[in-house]
Design a protein around this ligand. Structure first.
Ligand code: SF4
Ligand code: SF4
Length: 77
């Protein structure tokens, strides 16, 4: 069974927003839907789209909003 982090790595890890902002380098690094948003200030982030909608964790848990790295566990409204 893949770990939650392993699954997130396949989706956040390949997300253009993740790469552009080097989100891996700042806490909580990944799994933003569970751990909350990145500690990088929102006005410093560049939005290049969100891969969460195809993530099995997103689908299974019926999450909403996406862009958890920007908006935390609630996702984009
Ligand atoms: S829904 Fe998004 S933040 Fe949550 S595990 Fe999947 S890719 Fe990562
Ligand atoms: S939460 Fe969405 S926008 Fe943020 S890095 Fe993950 S896939 Fe990309």
């Amino acid at each position: 069974m893949p770990t939650l982090m392993g699954i997130c790595k396949d989706y956040c890890g390949t997300c253009p927003t993740f790469k552009e902002n080097n989100l891996r380098g700042t806490k909580p690094h990944a799994l933003f839907c569970a751990r909350g948003k990145t500690e990088i200030p929102e006005d410093k982030l560049v939005d290049k789209g969100c891969n969460c909608f195809d993530c099995p964790i997103y689908v299974k848990n019926e999450l909403e909003g996406g862009w958890f790295c920007f908006h935390g566990m609630e996702g984009k409204k």
